[in-house]
Write a protein that binds this ligand. Structure first.
Ligand SMILES: NC(=O)c1ccc[n+]([C@@H]2O[C@H](COP(=O)([O-])OP(=O)(O)OC[C@H]3O[C@@H](n4cnc5c(N)ncnc54)[C@H](OP(=O)(O)O)[C@@H]3O)[C@@H](O)[C@H]2O)c1
Length: 188
């Protein structure tokens, strides 16, 4: 099973249109409860594969990469690219997902960014989505362009297209003040 795990935030007009990051690689906001959710969800089975694009991998603080207790798979078109010890480098999504099947249990996580999520949707590869919504306007980096998920319309909880919401938790308030909500969607 291929599972996308992602967080979206209101764009600058206060709507959810699939904003997931800044083009400089930074996350839109840091919500510790969501960071913990990511770690717990991807760490349940030792060696669980977590696949991501090169830009997302390089946006992770060096001390946290590769992810402890999990198998980190990085996608790049650069055949000469090297990363930290332990990282599995792949050059196509199908190769990455096929190699991922050798690790962990039966769930392969895809952790972004937009390029990788969008290709997974467009290739019909997504079985399940863990979606976190942040109900707050984009904050501190006003001049920095946003990275948007083109396929957000498929999992937008207001009107999902091809997916069903199987879990919708109550909106909660982070210790940092951000309102957030966890949802799970499954392919119809
Ligand atoms: N909110 C969230 O849940 C969340 C999660 C993850 C990331 N993010 C944010 O998303 C942003 C990054 O997303 P992004 O879309 O710009 O970049 P990305 O998807 O992380 O990485 C893109 C790179 O992946 C490689 N790639 C893409 N498709 C490939 C393919 N089919 N085969 C081989 N390699 C492929 C290419 O690397 P090369 O250029 O090396 O060829 C490409 O430049 C950051 O701001 C990050 O913070 C947010």
């Amino acid at each position: 099973m291929t599972t996308l795990i992602l967080a979206v935030q209101h764009n600058r007009d206060g709507e959810h249109i699939g904003a997931i990051g800044f083009e400089n690689g930074k996350l839109l906001t840091s919500v510790p409860e969501d960071m913990n959710f990511f770690k717990e969800t991807t760490s349940k089975i030792p060696g669980t594969p977590v696949t991501m694009g090169r830009k997302t991998y390089q946006s992770i603080q060096p001390k946290y990469r590769p992810f402890s207790g999990r198998t980190t798979i990085v996608l790049t078109s650069d055949k000469t690219a090297t990363f930290e010890d332990g990282v599995i480098v792949c050059h196509s999504i199908s190769d990455a997902l096929s190699r991922a099947k050798n690790f962990g249990g039966n769930e392969i996580f895809v952790a972004g960014g937009a390029q990788i999520y969008d290709q997974c949707f467009e290739m019909g590869l997504v079985d399940k989505v863990y979606l976190t919504r942040f109900f707050t306007d984009i904050g501190p980096e006003e001049g920095n362009p946003l990275v948007l998920l083109k396929n957000y319309y498929r999992i937008n909880p207001e009107s999902p297209d091809g997916f069903t919401i199987v879990n919708r938790e109550d909106i909660q308030k982070s210790t940092k003040g951000t309102l957030y909500q966890f949802l799970t969607l499954m392919k119809k």
